[in-house]
Each structure stands twice: as C-alpha cells, then as structure tokens.
Design a binder for this molecule. Structure first.
Ligand code: SF4
Ligand code: SF4
Length: 330
C-alpha cells in the first residue's frame, strides 16, 4: 500500500464530488482486459462505419499509450436521469431523443469541470501531467469506470451503478500522478444475474450478453449511420429519431427506489423529449443548428434527422407527421 498515493486519491475524489459528479473513482493505468472481445467485435464488423473504433485500437486497449508516464486513471460520472423516471413519453407526431441528449451537451459540461480540476492539480503537483477525455480519445471508458468502482458493465454493455442506475455519462483523465484507490472505494460487481430484460426488449435484437452489435442498434442507426436504413429495422425504430433508451428503461436497476436515488446535475434538465416530426421534415440547415445549439445532438446531420423523422412518422406519426412524410417522399 502506498499511503501517500491513497491520500492524494482521496483528495482528488473529494474534489470530484465537490464538482457535482455523482460518482468518481481511481484505478491504475493498465492494459485492458477486453482485448480479445474488442478485437472479435471489430472483426465481426459490429462497429459498423465507426472506423475510429478500429483506428486507434492499440491505444484503446492500453490507456497508458494516451499519456507518456501514465500511472493512474480517474473516472467520473454525471447522472442525467433518476431511477424510476420512466414514463410513457410517446406522443403522436413527436420523434423522441434519448435522455442523455435532452439537456446541455455533456461533453462540455464534464470537460469544463475536469479541465478545471486538472489545472488545479497541475499547479499543486509540479511536473505531473494530465489528459482529459469525454468521448474524445480512444478509451474503453466503461471498462475503466468498472475498475474505478463506478459500476459494472451490464449485459447491454452500459455502466450500471448499483445505487444510481445507468443514466450516467462518463468522463475521466489519465495522469502521471500515482493514485491508489481508498479503502471505501468498492469494487464493481456484476448484478445482472440471470436477468435478460434488455436482451428481450431490444427492438432490433442488437444485444447478446455483454456485447451490442452496433449495426443493429437504434442509437447507431439514428446517430452514426449515414445513408439508408435497412427496411428490417425501420418499424423497430418506433418513434426514436436520435438514440434509444429501451434497454435502460427495462433494466431493473433503473426502477424506482425509496432510498437515495442520486442527484442529476442541473445542466441536464431536459429541454425537450423530442421534436415535432413535421417540423424536422421541413428543417433547413439553420433550423437544425438552432434546434441543436448547445446540445449533444449535433452529431446527427440534417439528412439523417430527416431520414429518421420520415421513418418515425411512418411508424407512429399523427396526421401532421404523415403529411410531412408524404411531402418528404415527393
Ligand atoms: S439502445 Fe435500443 S436498439 Fe440499442 S441495444 Fe439498447 S434497446 Fe437495443
Ligand atoms: S436489463 Fe437485466 S441483464 Fe440487462 S443490464 Fe439490466 S440487469 Fe443486466
């Protein structure tokens, strides 16, 4: 045990909590234990057109390659939704967006605080270096989150914290500082057991235990995939036009609990559940920019949003949206 590294870790984690993160932990910077699974997933082509997944696979599988002399990783999680907040949000004529994208852009919200923390630490610990990541570097963030005691990777592959549930957004930094997990940091244990709810509920059968075939996943299809969406997936997409929350909604670890449910960072207060499908079908590029300003929705281009809206309109749209879909097809 390195007592000084533990004390430093405790201080860092306290600051993370003071910055409003719902969970935080530390672990040693070590190679991934998912190398074989990750390479098999890529070789099956289940990453689809996300070429960046394959491009820096060596770094992704060894976080030490992100920063010369890396010794430790700090992971944090923001909570964007509470357990038990699952209501039927479907509305005629409205295309839904996944919960994580309904508030301010989490990349900015998390990065801002992590950069401020790393600047402070750099000033206090001369010579130490830091590299922040929030979806911005090739990192297996969920594996690192598990190592940092934030939560286990469920069968749907998302991070689940046993108290907070899975409506979590991850970020972190790698550092040359030596940090050692304090005794109160609990190891992440898998609590999926024999449950298969997410696998059974997935509208496109994208999940096999502990692996998601992205090319079948509605999140990928609506946000990453350019071009046409195969007919076999269109009906299954329902009213989702950006992402999908089905596997999280059915998870028993997101069900209501009387005890502590965590705390949602205020910047994730939802601005919307979704968008009027007819409006999306008639959006100009300026309309799209204005609607997405400051949100994590930017990734979806105009033609993708119109494609998604036309499919959703065909599935669930009301009168207005159907008319819009007709206009779109003309
Ligand atoms: S996000 Fe939706 S489509 Fe993707 S794995 Fe989960 S339930 Fe299936
Ligand atoms: S729905 Fe069940 S199997 Fe899926 S992640 Fe949640 S607990 Fe695990």
């Amino acid at each position: 045990m390195d007592a000084a590294a533990r004390v430093r870790a405790q201080e860092v984690l306290e600051r993370c909590r003071a910055l409003g993160f719902a969970a935080a932990g530390v672990c040693a910077a070590e190679p991934s234990g998912y190398s074989d699974q990750f390479r098999a997933w890529v070789s099956r082509g289940e990453h689809g057109t996300m070429a960046y997944m394959d491009k820096h696979a060596d770094v992704r599988l060894d976080v030490r390659l992100l920063l010369d002399g890396a010794q430790s990783v700090v992971m944090v999680a923001d909570q964007y939704g509470l357990r038990g907040d699952v209501a039927d949000e479907r509305r005629p004529g409205v295309g839904r967006v996944a919960r994580y994208a309904r508030g301010e852009d989490y990349h900015k919200v998390i990065k801002r605080r992590l950069h401020a923390l790393c600047d402070e630490l750099a000033a206090e610990h001369a010579g130490e270096r830091f590299r922040v990541f929030v979806d911005t570097a090739p990192v297996l963030e969920r594996e690192l989150a598990a190592r940092c005691g934030i939560g286990w990777q469920g069968k749907h592959t998302l991070t689940i914290n046993p108290v907070l549930g899975s409506y979590l957004l991850l970020g972190g930094f790698v550092t040359t500082m030596k940090l050692e997990a304090p005794p109160e940091q609990e190891a992440s244990k898998d609590h999926c057991g024999t449950c298969t709810r997410c696998i059974d509920a997935c509208p496109t059968q994208a999940i096999r235990p502990y692996s998601v075939n992205a090319t079948r996943c509605i999140s990928y299809l609506t946000i990453e995939h350019r071009g046409e969406i195969e007919p076999e997936f269109r009906q299954a997409m329902g009213d989702w036009i950006f992402g999908c929350d089905v596997c999280q909604e059915v998870c028993p670890h997101n069900s209501a609990r009387d005890e502590q449910r965590g705390r949602v960072h205020p910047t994730y207060a939802p601005r919307r559940v979704g968008f009027d499908l007819l409006e999306v079908l008639n959006w100009s590029e300026d309309d799209r920019r204005a609607a997405f300003k400051g949100s994590a929705l930017k990734r979806a281009k105009l033609e993708m949003m119109k494609r998604n809206a036309a499919i959703a309109a065909g599935n669930v749209g009301g009168e207005a949206a159907h008319n819009g879909a007709d206009q779109q097809a003309e």
